[in-house]
Write a protein that binds this ligand. Structure first.
Ligand code: SF4
Ligand code: SF4
Length: 468
């Protein structure tokens, strides 16, 4: 029972999600906006185009899950190569740590798929509905045939982009030309249909409706990236000392003569912000570092004949201390960045070296489980092994097997295995040793499998020879 005489402490419940007004970002032009479009083009050229690129008579990049083979240009990767996938993930994580520590949220602002597709969908929205004021007016207007036609056109175009995106995604897992034929003949499999619709639907929902909500509430990177920030990390910063006190003013008098800072409080930086925040309140979790506010504020400064850079890419330390670009650059080389860079470059070099020197052949040796050893017709001691070969190249190859490791060890007969391109093969190999030449017990031996036409393609595997 609560104590009536003692006031109860009420803990306010913080909602995990609050419905917020829709953000209508105003169009903006400028240096950073151009860079954003460069990245939109680059990333989408790679994504939409790469799956159509032919290579060695097949698709350049194809993740064939049915055959459990990944084709990446000249490389054919098998499940045994999962290590490369793990290394790729580690490299991606390290790159993210490094770039976030140095340059803050450049990934979010320029290349994150959520940003890129939101930019594309917004571009369509602006072309069909008009810029900010028109869009706000249209949304507030009652439904009429005109509004229906405008909204219908926008959604139709969004759906075309979304479905093409879903189709392209599946085209990395099913040969894209076969997928295109199947789509035209309406004969896509159930899974293909599901993934085209799922990925397309996710694109449509995330870029068309969720937009900044994804960055604010769902993206885990947005939540933990501040851990990687330090006072020398590049951020989009409002120069408060220069901008405040803000306010409207006469253009005839200098700002200082009117006891004002350089911010004219036009709110343009808020109107162009795709996440709807006011950068003048300082660095916020919602800021994706897109620099739209920098571009628009620079235009305002030009109109006012003030120096550019009231909002600029800078660092917390640099803004506080008024440090120059040279100082910002010098502080980039701090211990944390050097350590991340060294680990990243070390791992990258090792991976590139490993891929460049990778032999496109894998060998697995298994003993015959039925008998450890037997006596051959010529009186020698015989062990039987089974060799599994993976030809990870794209040419059919003939492999020769040899054995070494014990005095007089030999194969009972010459072993050559023909393995088709990007396929597996197997051979049963009988190995013999003369009795009395080696003591009883288990002895290490070494099989070597080499391409008959190219000695550089050779793999050695250890095994045990048993002498009773
Ligand atoms: S765009 Fe620049 S001048 Fe206008 S409100 Fe923002 S910071 Fe102030
Ligand atoms: S505050 Fe500026 S940099 Fe940050 S998201 Fe908004 S417009 Fe982009």
């Amino acid at each position: 029972m609560p104590n009536a005489s003692k006031p109860q402490r009420i803990i306010p419940i913080q909602p995990l999600f609050t419905s917020e007004p829709k953000v209508y970002p105003r169009s903006v032009k400028g240096l950073f906006q151009r860079w954003r479009w460069v990245f939109v083009w680059l990333t989408q050229l790679v994504f939409y185009g790469l799956c159509w690129l032919p290579w060695n008579g097949r698709q350049a990049v194809l993740f064939d899950l049915d055959a459990r083979r990944f084709y990446v240009f000249d490389f054919v990767l098998w499940p045994q190569d999962t290590i490369y996938l793990a290394v790729l993930l580690v490299l991606s994580a390290l790159a993210l740590f490094l770039f976030t520590t140095v340059a803050g949220r450049v990934w979010c602002g320029y290349t994150c798929p959520q940003t890129v597709y939101t930019e594309l969908f917004l571009w369509i929205e602006k072309r069909v509905e008009g810029d900010r004021a028109k869009r706000i007016k249209l949304d507030a207007a009652p439904w009429t045939p005109r509004k229906l036609a405008i909204k219908g056109t926008k959604h139709l175009l969004w759906l075309v982009v979304a479905l093409w995106t879903g189709f392209t995604f599946v085209g990395y897992f099913t040969p894209v030309r076969e997928l295109a034929d199947a789509s035209l003949n309406l004969s896509l499999s159930g899974w293909e249909t599901f993934w085209v619709l799922f990925y397309g639907g996710a694109t449509y929902g995330n870029a068309g409706f969720m937009r900044e909500q994804m960055c604010k509430y769902i993206c885990p990177y947005a939540q933990f990236q501040f851990v990687m920030f330090d006072p020398d990390t590049l951020i989009v910063a409002y120069d408060e000392a220069r901008g405040e006190p803000r306010g409207g003013r006469s253009k005839k008098l200098a700002a200082r003569e009117q006891s004002l800072g350089d911010c004219i409080d036009c709110t343009m930086c808020v109107q162009v912000c795709p996440t709807g925040i006011d950068i003048r309140h300082g660095l916020q979790l919602e800021c994706i570092g897109c620099a739209a506010c920098i571009d628009v504020c620079d235009q305002v400064m030009d109109q006012m004949n003030y120096p550019r850079g009231l909002i600029r890419y800078s660092t917390e330390n640099a803004v506080k201390q008024g440090a120059s670009r040279a100082t910002i650059l010098r502080r980039t080389l701090r211990p944390r960045v050097l350590i991340y860079s060294a680990v990243f470059l070390g791992l990258l070099t090792a991976t590139v070296w490993s891929l460049a020197t990778r032999v496109p052949l894998k060998v697995d040796v298994q003993r015959d489980r039925a008998a450890l050893a037997s006596e051959a017709a010529d009186g020698s001691i015989e062990n039987t092994f089974r060799l599994q070969l993976i030809n990870a190249s794209e040419q059919s190859r003939i492999y020769r097997v040899s054995v070494a490791g014990l005095d007089g060890i030999r194969l009972a007969e010459r072993v050559e295995v023909n393995v088709a391109a990007a396929s597996t093969g197997a051979a049963t190999v009988r190995v013999r040793v003369e009795p009395g030449t080696t003591a009883s017990g288990s002895h290490p031996i070494r099989f070597t499998v080499a391409d008959a036409a190219d000695a550089a393609i050779a793999v050695s595997e250890e095994a045990k020879f048993w002498i009773p």
